[in-house]
Design a protein around this ligand. Structure first.
Ligand SMILES: Nc1ncnc2c1ncn2[C@@H]1O[C@H](COP(=O)(O)OP(=O)(O)OP(=O)(O)O)[C@@H](O)[C@H]1O
Ligand SMILES: [Mg+2]
Length: 193
């Protein structure tokens, strides 16, 4: 309980009248690296956005707590002191290096890396992975949203989650990634609801 950084309980969220997150639960403790994988359009980036309080997304029920404090209705700038939404989807090593330097300087308690395209080359993946390794300590946490299993060759996540149809339908350790690579997401469909 004491080392819980982020606790999301049964969150429902929508944008433009479309419900995207449908009862999602997620707990991240200090010192942990979490990886979130899932099909296109499942709601992964939406999750990142609602943690940051993006004004385009409305949380209709459920709660988000940060260090035990309810931030469900907190404004984006109120959260920005603690968290920082980092998008590592850009191509080009220079940009990525800058983002990683920015992450080090801001030293957020929670860094969310949403890799929006799959075009990270090996060098870029290494830059990002090394940056995360250097940033990471026992008091902060990282959430990595990715389709790219390459990053997992460099970083050892504590938990891997499958987000599908607006909720986390399966949680495992790093070996879950291999299962996903082998079978895709199709196998998990029956486990929904
Ligand atoms: N600002 C928005 N306006 C309208 N629809 C949106 C908006 N943001 C997300 N959506 C819709 O919500 C669903 C989830 O989108 P989201 O971007 O969270 O998926 P994702 O899991 O990040 O997908 P990807 O793997 O392709 O990045 C999609 O159907 C998307 O079209
Ligand atoms: Mg996305």
């Amino acid at each position: 309980m004491g080392n819980e950084l982020l606790k999301i309980k049964k969150i429902h969220a929508k944008t433009e009248d479309k419900e995207i997150l449908k009862g999602l639960d997620l707990t991240v403790k200090k010192g942990e690296i979490h990886v979130i994988m899932g099909p296109n359009g499942a709601g992964k980036s939406t999750l990142g956005n609602i943690i940051m309080g993006h004004p385009k997304y409305e949380v209709t029920s459920g709660t988000i707590s940060f260090e035990g404090e309810d931030i469900t209705d907190a404004k984006t700038d109120e959260r920005a002191r603690a968290t920082r939404y980092l998008n590592v989807g850009f191509s080009g090593g220079e940009k990525k290096k800058n983002e990683i330097i920015q992450m080090m300087m801001l030293n957020p308690k929670l860094a969310i890396l949403d890799e929006t395209d799959s075009g990270l080359d090996v060098d870029a993946v290494r830059i990002v992975s090394n940056g995360v390794k250097e940033f990471k300590n026992e008091d902060n946490s990282v959430i990595i949203i990715t389709h790219n299993s390459k990053i997992l060759e460099f970083l050892k996540p504590d938990f891997v989650h499958i987000l599908m149809s607006g909720k986390i339908i399966k949680t495992g350790d790093a070996s879950l990634v291999n299962e996903i690579i082998e079978h895709g997401f199709g196998d998990y469909k029956e486990e929904r609801d």
